[in-house]
Ligand binder design. Structure first.
Ligand code: PMP
Length: 290
């Protein structure tokens, strides 16, 4: 069933509208010029994990694209929760989006109004749960993460996902679950919708949030979990040749949660003690069981 053909309610500019009626005009600025920012959150047992962090990032992304969201952080937080409640969901994926409307079609968007919508739906696991514990297979992405001097990489902006979709389709056409991107310098960056960690000799290694990657809220959570365990983490640039010496690899993101990786291109990894225990700890943490 197409996602726009469902029962339910979508919060749109401050009101609830029936799911099928939450529509926009074809001359919507966001559609032509990618003036759109969004979030991806998950509610577990009736609580949205790190809701304020996500809402703050939505506002920061909007600021980077020079548009103002005509609501407060508290109003958007409440709207996210109310949208779950209205749809009868206590476990859900939550998708807020802010974008420029259809008042003007030109690169300049001064006359447009900023619109905000929140949709929620049931989305159990991003990657097939059966294969998840065995690790997913990735190939290298054809397109790189652009430099922060080339694109607003700090923002979770729809425009950046043009690169993501091409890369993801490239992977899927070859039988892979996802693609791993290098950044513009050739360092290992992230997957199309998740950050990456590696393990070598019991130490964790992950790329720095220096403009090449989206600084994921899950990435920050994993860093906190590792600090609490007293595990050492190297936050540094990673050359693709180094992957041959790494034993474990996992992706992390709101949708992906913690997903072990078994291969990237020619390199192989075995989901081990660190990845699997973090996967388990994260699933308890987000459900408020820790
Ligand atoms: N990188 C990209 C490109 C993403 O789309 C996402 C998902 N938002 C992430 C990383 C992970 O971010 P988070 O942990 O905040 O969901």
């Amino acid at each position: 069933v197409p996602i726009d053909d469902r029962d339910g309610w979508i919060w749109f500019d401050g009101e609830f509208v029936p799911w099928r009626e939450a529509r926009v005009h074809v001359l919507t600025h966001a559609l032509h010029y990618a003036s759109s920012v969004f979030e991806g959150e998950r509610m577990y047992n009736g609580q949205i994990f790190k809701l304020t962090e996500h809402t703050n990032r939505l506002f920061r992304s909007a600021e980077v694209l020079d548009f103002q969201i005509p609501f407060t952080v508290a109003q958007i937080n409440d709207a996210c929760k109310e949208t779950c409640a209205r749809n009868g969901l206590t476990d859900a994926y939550v998708r807020p989006i802010a974008f420029r409307g259809s008042e003007q079609v030109s690169v300049s968007a001064q006359q447009t109004r900023t619109r905000v919508a929140i949709a929620v739906w049931d989305w159990p696991s991003y990657f097939d749960p059966e294969t998840k514990a065995k690790g997913i297979r990735l190939c290298w992405a054809p397109y790189k993460r652009p430099s922060p001097e080339t694109a607003p990489t700090e923002a979770k902006a729809a425009g950046l996902y043009m690169i993501g979709t091409i890369n993801r389709h490239h992977a899927e056409a070859r039988g892979y679950a996802d693609a791993m991107l290098l950044d513009w310098r050739g360092f290992v960056a992230e997957a199309t919708g998740a950050n990456v960690f590696f393990v070598r000799d019991g130490r964790l290694i992950t790329p720095p949030a220096d403009g090449a990657i989206l600084n994921g809220i899950t990435r920050q959570t994993v860093l906190e979990m590792l600090a609490a365990r007293g595990l050492e983490v190297e936050v540094r640039h990673i050359r693709p040749e180094e992957l041959a010496g790494f034993s474990e690899c996992f992706l992390c993101g709101t949708a992906a949660e913690i997903t072990p990786v078994s291969e990237i291109g020619d390199d192989r990894f075995t989901p081990g003690e660190i990845s699997l225990s973090l996967m388990d700890e994260y699933s308890r943490l987000v459900r408020g069981q820790i």
